[in-house]
Each structure stands twice: as C-alpha cells, then as structure tokens.
Design a protein around this ligand. Structure first.
Ligand SMILES: Cc1cc2nc3c(=O)[nH]c(=O)nc-3n(C[C@H](O)[C@H](O)[C@H](O)COP(=O)(O)O)c2cc1C
Length: 194
C-alpha cells in the first residue's frame, strides 16, 4: 500500500508508484486530504485543482487500471487488518503531523491504521519524512518509529551520483524507498557499479 500525506514530495510517490506497477505489485493507494492538495500543486502545478481530481489523475498517470484507490476513511480496506498480510506499507511523503500520529499510535485514518498494523504484525513499514529543520519533537517521533520497527527513509537526495535532472534526484529517493520496501528494482546504478 502506498499512502500519501501532506508533506512536500508527491513526485517521489509518483515514481514509487510507477516502479511498483513495473514490478508487478498489487497496489492500493490512499491519500490524506493534504496529500491530495500537495499532489495538485507539485505534480500538476495547480493550487486550484480539485484535490479528489488530482488524486484520480495521479493514479491514472502513474498507476495502472489494477491500482485501487481507497478513501482515507475506508477501514473495510484490507490494509486495516493484520489478517490481510500486506507485504509493505509505504508512507511517502510523510508529514510531521502523520509522523506524530504514527509515533503516538493514533490510528485515525486508513494510512495511520495500515502503518500501525504493519508494526504490530512485524511487517514492513517505510516512512519517508520531509521537513526541515527538524524539531526535537520531530526527531523523537522518528526515533520512536525506527525503534518500533519502521524503516525511516528521509526524502534526502544525494549529489554523489552527479544527478543531471530533478528526475534523477527523484529516482535516487524512490530507489531507496523501494529497497526498504523489499522491492528489487534498480532505478539508479548502485555505488561502485559504473
Ligand atoms: C503545499 C504544502 C506543503 C507542505 N509541506 C509539508 C512538509 O514538507 N512537511 C510537513 O510536515 N508538512 C507539510 N505541510 C503541512 C501538512 O500538509 C499539514 O501538517 C497536514 O495537516 C498534514 O496532514 P496529513 O499528515 O494528514 O496529510 C504542507 C502543506 C502544504 C499545503
């Protein structure tokens, strides 16, 4: 499951979704309201776009007809229960508000519930936080998540691969996210391989 929340970084989620489709994964997408606003702005450059329409277009552009979209209030979704044995939940991008909810065990939307299920079941949860600078509260929450078993993969591209475009930088972050989710798909050359 791919959950999008209202932090900057929707283009990372778009790349992750395209890669998951390429990898043949069964994917459900959930976005918070703020996540949909960020999609409208960062993927389509449109502050006025209807957030619901933005998510639909995002999935049409980056997903496949098999990708299913769930409402953030849909607790009938398989991800809401450990019995569904979801391989990985990726929260990308993850706002500090959602990091706080996850760290506190507040399961008030499907994204937070699905993440909490992964932790209680000892399955993969990948959190892709984006904020700067980070307060002590943010850092404590992230540490709490790491200690609880989440992979914390900050949206933090590197320059040592000599990126030539924003797409290259997006690929860097997306490839780290996929690796943490256990998806074996190389978007960029590994260090030392060229
Ligand atoms: C365009 C835009 C960019 C934002 N960027 C960030 C960000 O990078 N990190 C963050 O923690 N919050 C960011 N926010 C604020 C969150 O969206 C806000 O705290 C929201 O309540 C998060 O809710 P959610 O986690 O349910 O999506 C941004 C909001 C907007 C509208």
């Amino acid at each position: 499951m791919l959950g999008l929340t209202g932090a900057s970084g929707a283009p990372y989620a778009a790349r992750v979704l395209r890669a998951l489709v390429e990898a043949g994964a069964a994917i459900g997408v959930v976005s918070s309201r703020a996540g949909r606003q960020v999609i409208a702005l960062e993927c389509y450059g449109d502050r006025e776009m209807d957030p619901g329409g933005a998510l639909e277009r995002f999935v049409a552009d980056n997903g496949s007809p098999e990708v299913r979209v769930y409402a953030e209030s849909d607790y009938a979704a398989p991800y809401a229960s450990g019995s569904a044995r979801t391989d990985a939940v990726i929260v990308c991008p993850c706002s500090m508000a959602s990091v706080g909810s996850l760290a506190a065990g507040i399961e008030s939307n499907l994204i937070h519930r699905a993440a909490a299920v992964q932790l209680k079941e000892g399955r993969r949860l990948v959190v892709v936080p984006r904020e700067t600078p980070l307060s002590e509260i943010h850092l404590e929450n992230l540490l709490r998540l790491r200690r609880a078993g989440a992979a914390v993969v900050p949206a933090m591209p590197a320059f040592y691969g000599l990126p030539e475009s924003i797409a290259d930088m997006v690929d860097f972050v997306a490839s780290r996210v996929l690796a943490a989710a256990g998806v074996d798909l190389a978007l960029i050359p590994s260090w030392g391989s060229r």
